[in-house]
Design a protein around this ligand. Structure first.
Ligand code: AMP
Ligand code: MG
Length: 412
């Protein structure tokens, strides 16, 4: 049985990035850069006004100045400022030669159409955005391995990167196994269990920007399982749920081994998620496939995806940051725990002036998927923990869907 950290390092060592491809900026959100991106020019490209007002020579202030030009954003200033002169200037417009500061309209008193009185004095650069202040030509503005957010897309547009290299995304196949399973398209049969894993896993994969290939349900039959697994192994990543335990009809392990997959581990010391299997199929052509045998229990399947599959996928996609963000929270109520395995407790987070409180989402049985559906995060309790009092500090991994709350969360 592997500790989580051992299992995770085996998984990440096997998760190599898949090479790169070129994408257009319009289709790049969420992709991971496979190259460094550099500034193609200074920005701003010249000194610009940060305000609507008057471009001045700071040495002239305070004083009465003659207005010699109107400069709008996009204009090229024509008149250089000599002593006693100023130009009316708009936000974003280039400063004229000789000017070194801008005075806001509110701080100037217009005396006539072509003269203005300024009673304050300012230092050079006042309300001026200097050339190269945002970026200098040649600067690395985005690093290889960065996941592209809307802000990063804006930067790519700024440096005129219309096409660029990103890491290829893995092809993912999903297979559920079990004679008892009923597909979403089957009529309700009182003797069956609905296949939720295929769809919960599908959504977890989609949350990483990938549309998985759905292989459906395989019966607990070695031949049928083999046929399905062979199909799944055409993908970079195969997720099989159910049948990884030691039951008489758990055929996933022997079938996977028969197909020549190098099994790296079968058990991980965690709860839920104990019977988690991981293997690698090396091929002479160099193409390799990763296979996860996820436990059948719906919560276990999802938690194992979060802890192992998602970091592996982020690594395959070249992401520098494969792990979920964590926050520190305090327990709302005391919690009892049997020591032995690292435990992932599904919790909701509520915040007050002290920070976050973690509140378990009810029954923590690995079969009760509602505990996952209601969760903001997974509270991680170390293996040796025998329980914690109310108020104890705990670590919570945030899950998707925790971004929003019904109050703004700040005070003006
Ligand atoms: P197994 O890992 O095959 O021993 O299954 C453990 C438990 O998970 C059993 O109660 C199964 O019925 C249930 N289970 C297995 N696969 C699924 C699935 N795809 N959707 C929902 N429950 C499942
Ligand atoms: Mg089963």
């Amino acid at each position: 049985m592997k500790k989580i950290s051992e299992a995770l390092s085996i998984v990440l060592e096997s998760s190599k990035s898949l090479g790169s491809e070129t994408v257009d900026i319009d289709a790049a959100l969420g992709r991971v850069l496979a190259e460094d991106i550099h500034a193609n020019r200074d920005l701003p490209p010249f000194d610009v006004s940060a305000m609507d007002g008057f471009a001045v020579r700071s040495a002239d202030l305070p004083g009465t100045l003659a207005i010699v030009e109107d400069i709008k954003a996009g204009d090229i200033p024509k008149i250089a400022l000599e002593a006693g002169l100023c130009s009316r200037i708009m936000t974003g417009a280039a400063l004229p030669k000789g000017a070194d500061a801008v005075i806001r309209v509110e701080d100037a008193r217009q005396l006539s159409a072509d003269s203005v009185q300024i009673d304050i004095s300012v230092k050079p650069r006042h309300d001026v955005r200097m050339r190269g202040e945002s970026m200098k030509s040649g600067d690395t503005v985005l690093n290889k391995g960065t996941e592209l957010t809307p802000g990063a897309i804006g930067i790519l547009a700024t440096v005129k990167a219309k096409n660029f290299r990103v890491f290829r995304r893995p092809n993912v196949a999903i297979l559920s196994t079990g004679n008892e399973l009923e597909s979403i398209d089957d009529p309700v049969d009182p003797s069956k269990i609905p296949d939720s894993n295929s769809h919960a896993l599908m959504a977890q994969v989609q949350a990483l920007g990938i549309k998985p290939r759905m292989l459906g349900i395989a019966l607990d039959d070695p031949e049928e399982l083999e046929r399905h697994l062979r199909k799944g192994l055409e993908s970079d990543l195969l997720l099989v749920s159910g049948g990884t335990s030691v039951g008489l009809h758990d055929y996933v392990r022997p079938t996977i081994e028969k197909l020549g997959i190098d099994m790296k581990f079968w058990r991980v010391s965690m709860k839920p998620g104990h019977p988690l299997a991981f293997g690698v199929l090396e091929r002479p052509e160099g193409f390799r496939a990763l296979v996860f045998g996820l436990p059948g229990n719906p919560v276990s399947s999802m938690v194992c995806f979060e802890e192992f599959v998602a970091p592996a996928m982020r690594r395959m996609m070249g992401n520098n940051r494969p792990y979920r963000r964590t926050v520190t929270a305090r327990l709302k109520h005391p919690i009892a725990m049997k020591p032995g395995r690292t435990e992932f407790v599904r919790v909701q987070l509520a915040s007050d002036e002290e920070g976050y409180h973690a509140i378990p989402t009810g029954t923590q049985s690995s079969g009760v998927l509602l505990s996952m559906a209601r969760a903001d995060g997974l509270m991680v309790l170390p293996a040796e923990c025998t329980g914690l009092p109310a108020g104890a500090k705990v670590t919570v991994q945030l899950l998707d869907g925790t971004e929003f709350q019904n109050k703004p969360g700040f005070q003006e």
